[in-house]
Design a protein around this ligand. Structure first.
Ligand code: ADP
Ligand code: MG
Length: 632
């Protein structure tokens, strides 16, 4: 959820010098903009071009060339040129398989830190270093355009970027000499550009289809307050997929398999496909020349064929829109308008599908290539010029921790506005327990192992107390950039332990979405499993308590009673080892029943003792034995 609090009619303070820029660090193209007195403008290069291709070429001297000049080298020297590096931001080796096929370059991996590295022109570079080169180029462009030094920026990221990818983006900015004032989600920035410009009230959707990612947000504008109600998307869906579809079509027309092509040839075929695609935005039919294996052939593609090739991809974006609206509890026709963002929304089939689904003409009066950077620039100005604009985003997945029986206790729910801090109290499970493992997980499922593990840390130095007496307060805080810090504190002594969650690598493409999908698909199953686990935890607790009582008060047992209780315990143990929750509960009840007279005698004696003023330890012991919650 995004919340924009802006006093109606109040404009940011006037200021003399521009000190912060907005950067749309795109998978395909990057754009830099600056805002002065609430008027954002794109900063173009010396030829008046706004888009800076997010492509970097490395020379033998280690120098980096960024943008169109680097794109031009793709075909001649493919092994020196990197594109779409954003897809690897914050990724680890484990994530590579999921994205390998979608990358237009070869990826090397580095065992040192588990992070992805690329081998280029005899050097080994990380995605962070490569992104830093792109950011340096945007910074240089801004400095040239503005005629002054620029050191601060608001940078946009896809709504689905996780902690690792956001941290990687910040690291890249730092390498490029830029202080990041705020990371803002791309659809949020676009919404901001429109919201501030127009101020029209109602429900809006932001549909962003770029080169490599798709994002959809639902937001509401009301009395100067601008709130995003839900977000969703697919980190592996965009115009690149359209290029691939055309490339495959062309290659199959030539009867060649993609596997037989060199890296340079693949890049050349993709470039041809992309030109064809962009041509089809305005023309009904285009003709292209394809050169593979030294042989050139000419092919004609018409728009209808192209639309067939991409129909499944376009349909998928609409399906995601439907899900997100559903999540937010709205019908498509309840939206007052839909904002188009990203170069791929220029494709007529995309434009039309969006118009059909939302039942109205999409808003496109701000250039879809520039709208994100313009929104970022507005936010940069707001953050430096001291306006009343407060911008918040939402957590894409729930954050929680593992508790008894490996159940997940959600602390911050999905779609909660950030920054946010939430705390919950837990207690110890065993007498004398001095440490507690806090296992932080992200996801919607009920069990720890079905969610993504973010971090595990231990709170030590809890003073030995009876089970249930310690008060451990666990606080989850997500900052404005979406980064999570978890603190655990034992309240009676103030013992504290803390972890900043920076996973060593991010989620594989599509994983967040799959996690959401799984949580819906398995909702019933999860509830069943949760109930079963709770029954097992219950069984264990009852067995422990009964055994402790038997040991403590053997003398209170009557003839044969001990054996009956032992056999009831055995039945509970057997039931707990199986998967029938009802059987476990029945066994627990039977045990309660069998132990009832014995428990009654213990109780009577404890009360008598207490009334006799001798000791209340026995009563305490009874109470302690029934308390046991908290993380394992
Ligand atoms: P990103 O946000 O991923 O950096 P952009 O918003 O810059 O991407 O969009 C880039 C994508 O838009 C590319 O796939 C590009 O081919 C596509 N694109 C740009 N212009 C057009 C056009 N006129 N027709 C169709 N697709 C276009
Ligand atoms: Mg974009």
């Amino acid at each position: 959820m995004l919340l924009e609090i802006h006093e109606p009619g109040q404009t940011p303070l006037p200021h003399e010098s521009v000190s912060a820029i907005g950067i749309d660090l795109g998978t395909t193209n990057s754009v830099v903009a600056v805002s002065q007195s609430g008027k954002p403008e794109v900063i173009c290069d010396e030829h008046g071009v706004a888009l800076l291709p997010s492509v970097v070429a490395y020379g033998d001297d280690g120098g980096a060339t960024v943008g169109a000049a680097a794109s031009a080298l793709i075909q001649e020297q493919p092994d020196r040129v990197v594109s779409s590096i954003k897809r690897l931001m914050g990724r680890g080796i484990d994530d590579l398989n999921a994205v390998a096929g979608t990358l237009p370059f070869d990826v090397a991996t580095d065992e040192r830190d588990g992070m992805v590295r690329l081998s280029l022109a005899g050097r080994t570079l990380s995605p962070v270093e490569i992104s830093a080169d792109i950011l340096r180029a945007t910074r240089a462009r801004a400095e040239t355009g503005l005629g002054r030094e620029v050191t601060r920026a608001v940078i946009t990221v896809p709504a689905y970027f996780d902690d690792a990818a956001r941290t990687a983006t910040k690291d890249a900015a730092r390498l490029a000499g830029l202080e990041v004032l705020r990371l803002v989600n791309e659809p949020t920035a676009a919404a901001l550009a429109y919201g501030l410009d127009q101020g029209a009230e109602g429900l809006y959707a932001v549909y962003d289809l770029g080169g490599g990612t798709f994002d959809i947000s639902v937001l509401r504008l009301e009395k100067g307050v601008f709130q995003v109600l839900a977000t969703g998307g697919d980190a592996a869906l965009g115009g690149d997929d359209f290029d691939h579809a055309i490339a495959e079509h062309l290659l199959s027309a030539r009867g060649v398999g993609e596997g037989t092509l060199s890296a340079g040839e693949i890049k050349s075929v993709l470039a041809t496909a992309r030109a064809a695609k962009e041509g089809l935005t305005t023309a009904d039919s285009v003709s292209v020349e394809l050169t593979v294996g030294g042989e050139t052939t000419t092919h004609t593609i018409d728009r209808a064929t192209f639309e067939q090739l991409i129909a499944a991809h376009v349909g998928r974006t609409i399906e995601i829109c439907r899900q997100v609206l559903d999540d937010a509890g709205f019908a498509p026709d309840e939206t007052k308008g839909v904002v188009l963002v990203g170069g791929s929304t220029r494709v007529p089939a995309v434009h039309n599908a969006v118009a059909d689904f939302f039942g109205g003409r999409p808003l496109g009066n701000i250039d879809p290539d520039a709208v994100v950077a313009l929104g970022a620039a507005l936010q940069a100005e707001a953050l430096t010029a001291g306006s009343d604009t407060l911008l918040l985003d939402v957590t894409p997945l729930s954050l929680g921790l593992g508790t008894m029986g490996d159940l997940v206790e959600k602390i911050i729910h999905r779609n909660t506005p950030i920054p946010v801090a939430r705390a919950q109290e837990f207690t110890t499970y065993q007498d004398g327990q001095t440490g507690m493992i806090i296992h932080v997980v992200q996801g919607e499922r009920e069990m720890v192992d079905q969610n993504r593990s973010l971090a595990k840390f231990e709170l030590t130095g809890i003073p030995p107390m009876v089970a249930g007496a310690a008060r451990i307060r666990v606080t989850f805080a997500v900052d404005a950039d979406g980064l999570l810090t978890v603190t655990a504190r034992e309240e009676t002594t103030g013992t504290e332990s803390k972890v900043e969650v920076k996973p060593s690598y991010g989620l594989a493409e599509g994983v967040i979405e799959r996690m959401l999908h799984d949580s819906l698909a398995h909702a019933q199953e999860d509830v069943t499993r949760r109930l079963l686990t709770e029954a097992r935890v219950d069984a264990e607790r009852v067995i422990l308590a009964t055994r402790a009582a038997l040991t403590a008060d053997v003398a209170l047992l009557e003839n044969g009673e001990g054996a009956v209780i032992e056999s009831a315990i055995a039945t509970v143990e057997t039931a707990a080892a199986a998967d029938d929750r009802d059987a476990i509960q029945a066994a627990i009840e039977a045990l309660d029943h069998a132990a009832q007279p014995f428990a009654q005698r213990r109780m009577d004696r404890s009360i008598a003792a207490a009334l006799g003023g001798k000791s209340i330890d026995a009563i305490d012991a009874e109470l302690q034995n029934t308390e046991n919650t908290g993380p394992t």
